[in-house]
Ligand binder design. Structure first.
Ligand SMILES: NC(=O)c1ccc[n+]([C@@H]2O[C@H](COP(=O)([O-])OP(=O)(O)OC[C@H]3O[C@@H](n4cnc5c(N)ncnc54)[C@H](OP(=O)(O)O)[C@@H]3O)[C@@H](O)[C@H]2O)c1
Ligand SMILES: [Zn+2]
Ligand SMILES: [Zn+2]
Length: 348
């Protein structure tokens, strides 16, 4: 066992604070990783604050992890101590169901093992995430980081990056396509950068007019302020695809109007119930409402290669663990248009 330092929440209302615990000894297939950087995803907030299912406390979130391998189990072939690696949203899956056998581990029929707040099939403990300085993960769920990617910035690729890449690829984003990203936060700003690198025309729907300049600096061709009726109407039948990152319940009606015939709005944000929709808004233009969850292991490796090749990296604001609670507040009040990354190496 090795001691890990972390920031944890003791209850759904408690601020995150310093907490120590033990990580297991690496089993034969495990990789032990000293965490250097950990991105802050809005899912961390939902999970800890009880927006989803009940979770165990203390809860240590964090699923955008970059670190260096410190030890490996005796059967590990792909990594050696000193390698720079990444860990994302999942750390295991059954490996045998149809989803797992077709590179959709995130849609495992048994349910994937999440990086935090899941029962670990290896030792039965509650998984603990990247707001900590050490993690032990089975080899298959560890990613080699392409050398070209700046590791001080790359952590958010492991969740925000893959969550946007997967639907953009699925709905064939590329030259000639018009894509809109709904909500300019961590996921949204990655969506803009990725869709642009894929060659599409990219727009942003935002509820925060002051984010327009940021959107353009990430590569957006245009910005629509969702409260501005004229701007919304001018986008009638404009988009092939909208990727919707809004983390709370919201109406889709006005956005459906901005889809072209055969267009799709793909929800990646809100996981809980959404308001209903009018059948006519879908029938009038053969439109689809869809959803998408992170990406599989192979797709995540493809995404990392794509980002290395096209020099796509998040804009990050580096903070230390002590600043995490303030960062969460800023995300909840929508003031952040990109990603916070905790410099774990400078935090303890
Ligand atoms: N499907 C998946 O696999 C997956 C993976 C990761 C995260 N998620 C989910 O995706 C959502 C977005 O995550 P994120 O890390 O990008 O969050 P974030 O950085 O906080 O950004 C969310 C953005 O949504 C907009 N928004 C509209 N109403 C809001 C409200 N009431 N409160 C907060 N934001 C609001 C804001 O953009 P504007 O100011 O531009 O309106 C905000 O910046 C979360 O629900 C997260 O759990 C899903
Ligand atoms: Zn996430
Ligand atoms: Zn499975």
């Amino acid at each position: 066992m090795a001691k890990a330092k972390s920031y944890a929440a003791e209850s759904k209302d408690a601020p995150l604070k310093y907490y120590e615990f033990e990580r297991r000894e690496p089993t034969e297939n495990d990789v032990e990783i000293k965490i250097l950087y950990s991105g802050i995803c809005h899912s961390d907030i939902h999970n800890v604050r009880g927006d989803w299912d009940d979770v165990e406390y203390p809860c240590i979130p964090g699923h955008e992890i970059i670190g260096k391998v410190t030890r490996i189990g005796k059967s590990v072939k792909s990594f050696k101590p000193g390698d720079t690696v990444g860990v994302g949203v999942m750390v295991n899956s059954c490996g045998t169901c149809n989803a797992c056998k077709t590179n959709y581990e995130q849609y495992c029929e048994e349910g994937m093992t999440l990086t935090y707040s899941s029962e670990d099939p290896i030792d039965g403990t509650d998984t603990k995430g990247g707001y900590s300085d050490l993690i032990v993960v089975t080899e298959k769920f560890v990613f080699a980081m392409p050398e070209k990617l700046d590791i001080t910035k790359a952590a958010p690729l492991l969740c925000a990056g893959i969550t946007m890449y997967s639907p953009l690829v699925h709905w064939q984003t590329g030259p000639g396509k018009k894509v809109a990203i709904l909500g300019l936060g961590g996921l949204g700003h990655m969506g803009v950068k990725l869709a642009k690198a894929m060659g599409a025309e990219v727009w942003v729907f935002t509820s925060s007019p002051e984010k327009s300049e940021d959107a353009k600096s990430y590569g957006a061709d245009g910005v629509i302020v969702s409260s501005n009726e004229e701007e919304m109407e001018s986008a009638y039948r404009k988009f092939d695809l909208i990727v919707d990152t809004i983390p709370v319940k919201h109406e889709l009606e006005d956005y459906l109007k901005t889809l072209k015939i055969n267009g799709t709005i793909c929800i990646v944000g809100q996981i809980n119930p959404m308001p209903g929709f009018h059948g006519g808004d879908l029938i009038g233009g053969r439109k689809s409402i869809a959803g998408s969850g992170i990406g599989g292991l192979k797709e995540t490796r493809d995404m990392l290669e794509f980002c290395a090749e096209h020099n796509v990296l998040p804009d990050v604001e580096e903070i230390t663990m002590e600043e995490v609670n303030d960062a969460w507040d800023n995300m909840l009040n929508k003031s952040m248009s990109h990603r916070y990354v905790i410099s774990v190496k400078d935090s303890f």
